[in-house]
Design a binder for this molecule. Structure first.
Ligand SMILES: Cc1ncc(COP(=O)(O)O)c(C=O)c1O
Length: 382
């Protein structure tokens, strides 16, 4: 009998010839950085997410930074950030000279726990960054009720195509920051997008993205006096996307809904098939939410499981199945625990998620056999 050795990565970008060919025009045009392809991508991204504006950036991290800078977040301000998220959600606050105030998360959703928000508010609270973790939107209406007047920057890194009560992620608060990293459903290699319905914030973010220039390079080159450099009235950054990425982004975006539909199909399969494992909790999607399934993140109940989560990961690794913790508890990372003198137990929900979440493979290059292999491997654990 032959044993089939499998190798199922946790995520694989779904790119190919179409994306490659889309970059050809860019090479031939000679306009390589932010130009017509980025503009086209931005327009399509804005339309898809029903946002008035979309600005392409170099990553979600830089989109978060750009958004906070445009919102005027600076020294003396506090920004509320969930303690279970990727580290750069918090870093973007420190880039602006403001302080991070961590909030715990609800391990049932992995998203910010609403009941504590009122207590975290101080006269210095300027903004909150709800994270739509793994593609499930945070309860933004409840956040607005708890924190009236506080600016909302959605961290939509995982949430391209996600919906909340029929409204698209990226339009639920004041601004939304998306990631196009290869672990996301649609990718441009590295890249991000900043969405908003607020034209003033958009114009400022646009200027800040391009060194603070009062006139963009495209406008200057196309204008009557391209030899005159513009004025710079604010200190900006270079967070411009290349036109290669813009071209790839347009192709990827056209596949987003198919990718999410496929992922939803397999997420439902996992839910059905894994229901018989008493120690493994699978994710729930509240009625009215559209999960974007950037990742399929389960939770190991170690009071019932035959082995601790990390041993389960090792067993799966031996069977060719890549797994990961969902993400990390940022308050427990060396830098943040030292900076704010925090203990793991200060945010028990986030710490439980850090220790017990188990992301299993879900992506658009998996086969039916791969999914069955993952399910059987988990069932075999007991
Ligand atoms: C929740 C969250 N926020 C921000 C980021 C940063 O995204 P990027 O790598 O595009 O900067 C990530 C990336 O994994 C993320 O998961």
């Amino acid at each position: 009998m032959t044993t089939v050795k499998r190798n199922i990565p946790i995520a694989v970008p779904c790119t190919g010839e179409e994306e490659w060919l889309a970059t050809k025009d860019v090479f031939l045009s000679g306009w390589l950085t932010q130009g017509p392809k980025v503009k086209e991508f931005e327009q399509k991204f804005a339309d898809r997410h029903k946002a008035k504006h979309a600005l392409a950036t170099t990553s979600c991290t830089t989109a978060l930074h750009l958004a906070l800078a445009a919102m005027g977040v600076g020294p003396g301000d506090e920004v509320i950030v969930p303690a279970f998220t990727w580290v750069s959600t918090a870093n973007s606050v420190l880039y602006c000279g403001a302080e991070v105030v961590f909030a715990d998360v609800d391990p049932l959703t992995n998203n910010i726990e609403i009941s504590q928000l009122k207590k975290l508010r101080t006269p210095r609270t300027k903004a909150i960054i709800p994270v739509h973790l793994f593609g499930l939107c945070a309860d933004v209406d409840a956040i607005k009720d708890a924190l009236p007047g506080v600016l909302i920057l959605e961290d939509c890194a995982c949430a391209a195509g996600a919906e909340y009560k029929g409204r698209p992620a990226g339009t639920l608060g004041d601004m939304g920051a998306f990631s196009l990293h290869p672990r996301k459903s649609v990718t441009t290699g590295e890249g991000g997008v900043l969405t908003t319905n607020n034209t003033t914030l958009n114009e400022l973010a646009d200027t800040l993205r391009n060194h603070g220039a009062s006139v963009s390079e495209e406008q200057r080159h196309a204008g009557p006096r391209p030899y005159l450099l513009p004025d710079f009235n604010v200190m900006g950054f270079n967070y411009r996307m290349t036109d290669f990425q813009g071209a790839v982004g347009t192709v990827q975006l056209s596949k987003l809904d198919r990718f999410i539909d496929e992922r939803s199909h397999w997420a439902a399969y996992y839910k059905r098939e894994l229901a018989s494992i008493p120690w493994l909790r699978t994710p729930e999607t509240p009625r009215g939410w559209r999960h974007a399934w950037q990742a399929y993140v389960t939770f190991v109940d170690e009071t019932k499981s035959p082995k601790p989560r990390n041993e389960i990961m090792e067993i799966l690794q031996q069977k060719g199945i890549a797994t990961r913790p969902g993400t990390h508890a940022v308050h427990a990372l060396g830098f943040y625990s030292n900076k704010y003198n925090l203990k793991t137990s200060d945010f028990p929900g986030a710490w439980a998620c850090d220790q017990q979440t188990l992301a299993i493979p879900l992506h658009n290059k998996m086969t039916e056999e791969d999914y069955a292999w993952v399910v059987n491997a988990l069932k075999d654990i007991g």
